[in-house]
Design a protein around this ligand. Sequence first.
Ligand code: GRF
Length: 205
Amino acid sequence: MLNLAVFVSGKGSNFHSILRAISAGEINAEVKLLVSDKKYCGAFDIAEQNGIDKISVSEISKSGFITYKELFDLLHELQINLIVLAGFLQKIPVEIVSAYSYKIINIHPALLPAFGGKGMYGINVHKAVFESTAKVSGATVHFVDNDYDKGRIIAQQAVDVSYAEDPEDIAAEVLQVEHKLLPFVIKKFSENKIVFENGRVKVLL
Ligand code: GRF
């Protein structure tokens, strides 16, 4: 059984897609903890409705938040074996990255390495894609290391955005892809079907 911690900063639609896949019996996993850098975000309502513990984390100690050191201990206590970043906007501290090497994944709303890196999140990504006049975009799930969006790519799914009238159209198309791709990768993790071959990540059928 995969013990998941999901890190969010926003609405939580990706978090919700994971919960739906688990309750449909598609993934042998349990979300043990929801973590946000915000005091409150939309994902918290989804956690409440599903009886999932949630906490807010901050670099500096302030009321209503735990510190990353406390979070580190909590992740260990909960025996978390996969951390999923689903719209989390902060950098993961190096201590957590090294303790969870190849056990932290992130979903990015574009086809990395294009349209990634610091500041490329949310609608900024889709604005850049729209301005570039690219005809396809998509989503990427990758391992998290100490650089934004640079970790080894696990899976990608492209989507035709040639008819998009604005960045919001692209966002809507890509979000639908995200909601399938992230649960797919987590399922493969739960089945130990994510392997490494010659420095590349392979997802076994
Ligand atoms: C998604 O577009 C995801 O790719 C990006 O942040 C957004 C989170 O959306 N990292 P939600 O909170 O899951 O609805």
